[in-house]
Every structure is written in C-alpha cells, then in structure tokens.
Design a protein around this ligand. Sequence first.
Ligand code: AMP
Length: 208
Amino acid sequence: MNIIFLGPPGSGKGTIASKITKELKIPHISTGDLFRAAIKEENDLGLKIKSIIEAGQLVPDEVTIEVVKRRLDDEDTKEGYILDGFPRTPAQAEALSKFSNIDKVIDLNLEDSEIIKRLSGRRVCRSCGNSFHIDFVPPKQADVCDDCGGELYTRKDDQIDSIKTRLEVYYKQTEPLKKHYAQLGLLCPVDSTPAPNLVLANVIEILK
Ligand code: AMP
C-alpha cells in the first residue's frame, strides 16, 4: 500500500508514520529526514538546502521531486511505502502521480496553538533522530536521549519565527492538496489532538 501523510508541521506525521512503518513493514520516507541527513553529511544537496530549511521555507520543487523519485526507485518500496512530508505543493503532487500510484492519504489535523506548543517544545536526538518533548514526552535526563544517550537539541526550524513561516507556507502551498486528494476519493481526515496511541489506533483502523 502506498500512503501519504499530509498535515501541518507538528501534527504528528513523523511520530505516527514511524509506528505504522513497523506495523505494515513498508518503509517510512520522510523528505525532512532525507534533507536533514544531507545537511549532516554536508554533501552538495545539504549545502544547497541548509539555509532554506532553517528559515522554514520549502526546498525547490525540482530538487525535492528528484530526491523522492530516486528514493521510490529503491527495491524496498515495491510492497508499498509511507511518504511523510511529500508532496507539499501542487507541482509535487502532479509529479508524484506520474511516477507512482497512491492508495490513501492520511490527513492529520491540529489547531495552530497546539502545533506551536508541540514544535517549540520538541527536542531531537543528534545521534539517532528520536524525538522528545519537554512537557509531553520528557527524556529521563534533561537534554539526553533515553535510547542512545545522544545529545538532544532544538531544530533551528522549531524556533518560533521559523514555525510561523512553516505554518504560513503550509496554508498557502500544502493545504490546497487536501481538495485535490479529496476529489480523487483518497483523503482520510484524522484528528491529531488526542494522545499519539489513540491517533495511531484511528490510522490503523483506516488502513485496514
Ligand atoms: P519536516 O521534517 O517534514 O517538517 O521538513 C523539514 C523541512 O524540510 C521543511 O520545513 C522544508 O524546508 C523541507 N521539506 C521537507 N519536505 C519538503 C517538501 N516536500 N518540499 C519542500 N521542502 C520540504
């Protein structure tokens, strides 16, 4: 099954998708993670996109589409995949429709005030990428990853100015995709306000 996770930044796409990937045994492909890995490696792509991502803007369509197209050519996507954070623009959705078929679009919905709370309190492990939250999922020891002992940090794009830009970008460029996928009969709206395990249960029910 080929699944898209749509929804504003901070709506829980990564959290829920990383659980569904284990349930369905299909890869979780997050464009944000692919871009952050390129930045960490300091390769050509990483150097090109670092400042764009830190400012909360979108990486240009042609770059993003090429990255995803190449990833979807990998053998592990043959039984299906979860796309988290792609497509984010109409041009990306159109390109995707030319190189793959989509079975379901999970659309996570959350109020802006809650999004800001979740993103500004998020802490990510520099080593393994696991996410924590200073109030909702606090690490046992401040700034230390429970799983690997790595250092926890605040993503530059989780600082308040960037969060506001990301929300503006979402409403302008990504939200219109809901209508597109609703017209195709693929859109499955999910309220992302409850605790992650409840949201996860709703998503699993939809995917059954
Ligand atoms: P995320 O981890 O999904 O919040 O993505 C982090 C950042 O990566 C976004 O704010 C964008 O700068 C960039 N990004 C991720 N996915 C896309 C995409 N589909 N198109 C353009 N930029 C993207």
